[in-house]
Design a protein around this ligand. Structure first.
Ligand code: DGJ
Length: 330
C-alpha cells in the first residue's frame, strides 16, 4: 500500500520545495538588464536578500552599495556591491538585529566630510508599538555598523522611513510614517553630521508608508504607498518646492497599473543614478503578502513628464540605455 496524498497537500509541498530551491545557489549568470519582479541572483548565484533598503554610489570607490533588510538568518541588514547596478556581490550581513524585535527599512548615507557611513532604520518592538528611529555607524560600507542610539524623533512615532541627501546643500532628511499608526508622514532634517535630528520636523498630511524622495528642477517628489501591511496597494505622490513642504497631493504615478497595486510592489527608495540626466530608479519590494527572504524586487525608471507629473510605466525588461548620459564636466 502506498500512502495517499491529497492534491492540495501535493501542491503545497511543491510550493515549499520551489521556494526552498529559489534561495539555494544556482549557476552564476551575468545580468545586462533589470527584470522587475523576476528572479535576481547575486554573483554567487544566490537570491538577493536585501529588502526595504537603498542604494548609494561612492565615487571614491567607483562602486554602488545596496543596503537592505536581511530577512534570512542572521536577521539584520545586508550589503551588496556592484559596478553596474545589474550584478551584485554579497558583502554579507553588516549589522545583526540581535535583541531588536523589529529591524526594518535601513537607509545608508555616506558622510564625505567625516568619511563614515550612517545608517538610519526603523527600530521597533512587538506590535510595532515602540515606533522609533535607530541610528548606526560604520567606517566602511560593508560594516560592521554599530548602533549608536534609538528614540522617537522629537517625540513622534516613527515606522517606515525614507531618506534624502540633497547633493547641493549636503543636508539630509528622513521622511517617516508617524503618529497614530502612520496617520501622517513627517519630514525631519538631520544634524550636519547626520548622526542626530534637528527640531526642523514637519507634518505632511498623508496616511502612508514606504516614502521615497527625489528632487528635479527645484521640485521635490515624495512617493508613498498606502498602509496595508505586506499587501501591495496604489501609491500616491506629493510635490513641493521645499522638502519641508507644504506638499500638494497627486494620484498614483503608476500608469496602466491594472491591479491598482503599484505593479505589485511597495516603494522603498528612489535612487538618482549618477552620470545620466534625470535618471531616477524606483526601488520597490514585491513582498507577496509577507516579508520573506525570497521576496522580489521591482526596479523601474521614473519619468517626470514635461508637465512635471511623475510616471512609472511597466517594463518586463529594461536597461540604462533608456537614459541620456550626462556630458562629462570639463
Ligand atoms: C508595511 C511596511 O511598509 C513594512 O515595512 C512592514 O513594516 C509591514 N508593513 C509590516 O506589516
Amino acid at each position: 500500500m502506498y500512502p495517499r496524498f491529497s492534491p492540495k497537500f501535493l501542491l503545497m509541498s511543491l510550493c515549499v520545495i520551489a521556494s526552498t530551491l529559489s534561495t539555494l545557489a544556482q549557476p552564476a549568470t551575468s545580468h545586462t538588464s533589470f527584470k522587475p519582479g523576476g528572479p535576481w541572483l547575486d554573483t554567487d548565484g544566490k537570491h538577493i536578500d536585501c529588502h526595504g533598503g537603498n542604494i548609494i554610489y561612492v565615487d571614491s570607490l567607483k562602486t554602488y552599495y545596496w543596503h537592505g533588510e536581511h530577512r534570512g538568518e542572521p536577521r539584520g541588514a545586508s550589503c551588496y556591491s556592484s559596478k553596474d547596478l545589474y550584478n551584485w556581490k554579497n558583502e554579507g550581513v553588516v549589522i545583526r538585529k540581535g535583541d531588536i524585535e523589529v529591524f526594518e527599512r535601513p537607509k545608508v548615507i555616506y558622510d564625505e566630510k567625516y568619511k563614515r557611513y550612517v545608517m538610519w532604520f526603523h527600530y521597533d518592538g512587538k506590535q510595532y508599538s515602540v515606533a522609533e528611529l535607530g541610528v548606526a555607524v560604520s567606517s566602511t560600507p560593508t560594516g560592521p555598523f554599530v548602533v549608536k542610539d534609538h528614540y522617537r524623533p522629537n517625540g513622534h512615532e516613527s515606522r517606515d522611513i525614507g531618506m534624502y541627501l540633497d547633493p547641493e546643500t549636503k543636508k539630509a532628511y528622513i521622511g517617516y510614517a508617524a503618529d497614530h499608526v502612520n496617520r501622517t508622514i513627517r519630514m525631519v532634517e538631520l544634524s550636519d553630521d547626520y548622526l542626530s535630528l534637528t527640531t526642523n520636523d514637519v507634518d505632511i498630511d498623508a496616511h502612508c508608508e514606504g516614502p521615497g524622495i527625489l528632487k528635479r528642477n527645484g521640485t521635490f517628489y515624495l512617493l508613498t504607498s498606502g498602509c496595508t501591511g505586506w499587501t501591495p496597494n496604489p501609491a500616491t505622490y506629493y510635490t513641493a518646492t521645499d522638502i519641508l513642504g507644504p506638499y500638494t497631493k497627486h494620484g498614483s504615478p503608476f500608469v496602466g497599473d491594472a491591479g491598482n497595486n503599484s505593479f505589485n510592489s511597495q516603494p522603498c527608495y528612489i535612487f538618482k543614478i549618477p552620470g545620466y540626466k534625470d535618471a531616477y530608479l524606483y526601488m520597490g519590494d514585491r513582498w507577496n503578502g509577507g516579508g520573506r527572504p525570497e521576496s522580489q524586487y521591482v526596479f523601474l525608471p521614473i519619468t517626470i513628464t514635461p508637465d512635471g507629473n511623475m510616471e512609472l510605466h511597466w517594463y518586463r525588461e529594461w536597461d540604462l540605455s533608456m537614459f541620456t548620459p550626462e556630458r562629462a564636466k570639463r
